[in-house]
Write a protein that binds this ligand. Structure first.
Ligand code: PAF
Length: 284
């Protein structure tokens, strides 16, 4: 696997692959890779000739009071996982390489409708502006044919689809299913912060997802009732604190009252200081 630290070296390599008529996939990551990321690399390798993963903890998507410094990192283990899953190149730039003006940028890519304002955007108002900016930079650097994102970050996936459409990137955005631990907890780099009772308490998210799915399978169509029952289950867990549980349209993330069309039911829940996400999509 090629380890590329500079934008110039990525461009040179991708140009060579494209000259040979090969298709290129991009899997953007912030490192500390787990089986969820591995599933994105596998899917990318299945659909494209060459796979580029980026491994970059992006400062512009963290607010000043968030866990940027504490964000877990292990580049050696990332390289091991990427190599094992057939990644061809990892792009691991420094902050200066990506943001040469002292880690900052004067230019952002930002969606101006309500998509970034609800769900996680209520408590992280500048987060998706940072995500769109870095993903847009990665699209410009790697110029992939396809880019792969996890469904666990459902709001991010919907926003990136919208950004790619609005900015005419001509890149196919592929969403990949949530990968779970044996007990149902969605895989996340932040799970490393959970131990003992907190790790056990974290199971309440996937139990709540299962409850929502069962209610819908049994014929419930009232989104408020479903959200209320899912929330009550989480509230019964003393170590859990709900940030949000909500039902929205899966395309534009507008709140819905009835389960009809493509509906995303998503949650963010604090277990101690660790904020965990989970969700499911239902197509009616
Ligand atoms: O999902 C993530 O890990 C990040 O938000 C992403 C897409 C790599 C952008 O930094």
């Amino acid at each position: 696997m090629i380890i590329a630290k500079t934008i110039a070296s990525v461009r040179t390599q991708v140009k060579e692959w494209k000259r040979d008529g090969l298709t290129v996939a991009l899997v953007p990551t912030m490192g500390y890779l787990h089986e969820g990321h591995a599933s994105l690399i596998d899917k990318a390798a299945e659909m494209c000739d060459k796979v580029v993963a980026s491994d970059f903890v992006n400062p512009t998507q963290f607010a000043p009071d968030e866990d940027l410094e504490a964000y877990p990192r292990d580049f050696a283990s990332d390289c091991e996982l990427l190599t094992k899953h057939g990644c061809d190149m990892v792009f691991c730039p420094s902050v200066d390489e990506m943001y040469p003006d002292g880690g900052k940028t004067d230019t952002y890519v930002e969606i101006l409708n309500d998509m970034p304002k609800g769900l996680c955007g209520r408590t992280r108002p500048t987060h998706f502006r940072g995500v769109c900016t870095v993903v847009s930079k990665l699209f410009n650097i790697v110029t992939p044919d396809m880019a792969f994102f996890g469904q666990k970050d459902a709001q991010q996936l919907a926003i990136i689809r919208r950004m790619a459409h609005d900015m005419s990137y001509g890149i196919e955005i592929v969403g990949c299913p949530i990968v779970r631990e044996d007990d149902g907890l969605a895989k996340s780099s932040r799970n490393v912060y959970l131990n003992g009772d907190r790790r056990r308490a974290a199971r309440v998210l996937s139990r709540s997802v299962a409850l929502g799915q069962k209610l819908i399978a049994d014929g419930e169509k009232d989104a408020k009732k479903i959200v209320a029952e899912m929330s009550a289950l989480i509230e019964a867990e003393p170590l859990a604190e709900i940030d949000y549980v909500t039902a929205v349209n899966n395309l534009d993330l507008a709140p819905v009252d009835t389960i009809s069309g493509s509906v995303l039911i998503a949650m963010a829940v604090f277990i101690g200081k660790t904020r965990l996400l989970d969700n499911f999509v239902v197509e009616v």
